[in-house]
Design a binder for this molecule. Structure first.
Ligand SMILES: [Zn+2]
Length: 456
């Protein structure tokens, strides 16, 4: 169960939340669509913890009643847990009721959908366990407006020239950053995840001063700039999708002469952004209630969120799979939303590689097509310098490791284009190690995919 400090204002009568929350949300909706700067001032200056709490309580009640009425999945879940949505004022009161990523895979979309959807995204990466999240156009507009507020808070202004390189695929990264930068009013180019050299060549000509990209992609561009010289200094860099060790952040900042900020986000829509003090991600608590459940002694646990603004496919107490903690003290920047610590890891088997999530099923599928590899293998993600290394530790029945390496690459190129593209872009390196028979079975349970990268 969660044991986090309650926001101020808990215990206020419901009618007060309805008035304060309803009025504040209506004002925010009116402003968000018009001026990001005004929306930012409202979020940063005009809101207090008590107002935020009223907004959350009012929106939560609305969401729960809506889900109970329109979603067969939630209607059944509420019944099973004996929940009356009209009596819930915080998700923590729902006890052991959670929505898991597996629920999204096991149930048809119709079980979750509360009205006809207009847009879909899939969780990024190469996995057989693909999850689809549905939105309305208006929900995407609201989400990207708040994303723009986060980018504004990090320091991006309408006078900036932005190059944004998160990928365009079935996932939301590329299009959402493009929309958010557009809403900010900044000059922008949104080429997607193209080879870093293509952007490098144009940096000076197009006079970009802000760069947005996946961390591994930014690191490749930075290696290029270190080798060949930075064509122009940047002012600000925003990194997404992966963890960033301190020494890699220092390397990027030194080469570009810019400050780098990290953001946190997922296809399921929840997210946060570092502010200028760069101590944790300010969470979007206007649209989500975050909890940390199953906490250890340090307060680290599973990140769980409940959507507050979504009527197409609301998610209630969704266990996103990240492990982190909430930072207890208010931030010096003064914004009211709480901060999430850098991620400690995942509670499932997904590992970020080249900006996308991979899980053991990817390597199972690849290695099952290479007959010389025995059933005993492990894939480790390590770091070499500033580059990620995907090391395949293989017990071979026969054959030479170089031949097997070529076969693995052939299968990856033919069947897993996303992963192959990331490899081709140099976002990670592939290495192959033949291990002696039995060596991997020393552990009690062989973990197929292990993340051995340092986090600090
Ligand atoms: Zn802050």
């Amino acid at each position: 169960m969660s044991a986090q400090p309650a926001p101020a204002g808990r215990g206020e009568p419901m009618w007060r939340h309805w008035i304060v929350g309803g009025v504040a949300s209506t004002v925010a909706n009116l402003i968000n669509g018009r001026s990001i700067e005004t929306a930012y001032r409202l979020a940063a200056r005009a809101s207090s913890p008590a107002t935020l709490h009223s907004i959350q309580t009012w929106k939560l009640r609305r969401t729960l009643l809506h889900a109970a009425r329109h979603s067969p999945f939630y209607r059944r879940l509420f019944q099973r847990h004996g929940v009356d949505p009209a009596n819930v004022s915080h998700p923590a009161e729902l006890g052991e009721l959670f929505t898991t990523p597996q629920d999204l895979i096991d149930h048809p979309a119709e079980d979750f959908l509360c009205r006809p959807p207009q847009v879909l995204y899939e969780t990024s990466g190469t996995s057989r366990r693909r999850k689809t999240i549905y939105y309305s156009h208006q929900e995407v507009e609201s989400a990207t407006s708040l994303m723009a507020v986060g980018l504004y808070h990090a320091g991006i202004r309408p006078s900036d020239r932005v190059i944004s390189t998160p990928d365009y695929h079935y996932w939301s990264g590329g299009p959402w950053f493009a929309r958010a930068v557009t809403k900010l009013g900044a000059f922008g180019a949104f080429p997607g995840k193209i080879p870093p050299a293509e952007v490098y060549r144009r940096l000076a000509e197009h006079r970009y001063d802000v760069l947005i990209g996946d961390v591994s992609w930014i690191l490749r561009l930075t290696e290029l700039a270190r080798e060949q010289g930075a064509p122009r200094p940047l002012r600000l860099i925003v990194g997404a999708s992966e963890g960033l060790p301190r020494r890699s952040r220092e390397f990027i900042e030194e080469v570009w002469g810019a400050r780098m900020f990290m953001c946190y986000g997922c296809t399921e829509g929840a997210g946060g952004m570092e502010c200028r003090f760069r101590s944790g991600y300010h969470l979007n608590e206007f649209s989500f209630i975050f909890e940390i459940v199953d906490q250890d002694a340090d307060g680290n646990g599973d990140v769980v969120f409940t959507t507050l603004d979504r009527t197409t496919m609301p998610l209630i107490r969704y266990r996103v799979g990240d492990v982190a903690r909430l930072l207890p003290d208010p931030c010096d920047c003064g914004i009211v939303t709480r901060r999430l610590s850098p991620l400690l890891g995942r509670s499932d088997e997904i590992v970020m590689l080249g900006g996308e999530g991979v899980d053991p099923t990817l390597f199972e599928a690849i290695l099952s097509e290479v007959p010389q590899v025995s059933g005993t293998w492990q894939v480790a993600i390590r770091r070499d310098g500033h580059q990620d290394v995907c090391e395949l530790r293989l017990e071979l029945d026969s054959g030479d490791v170089a031949v097997v390496a070529q076969q693995v690459k052939d299968v990856m190129r033919a069947k897993f284009e996303t992963t192959w593209k990331d490899y081709q872009l140099g976002l990670f390196d592939l290495r192959f190690t033949a291990v002696p028979r039995g060596a991997l079975l020393q552990e009690r349970k062989l973990r197929r995919l292990v993340d051995e990268r340092e986090r600090e």
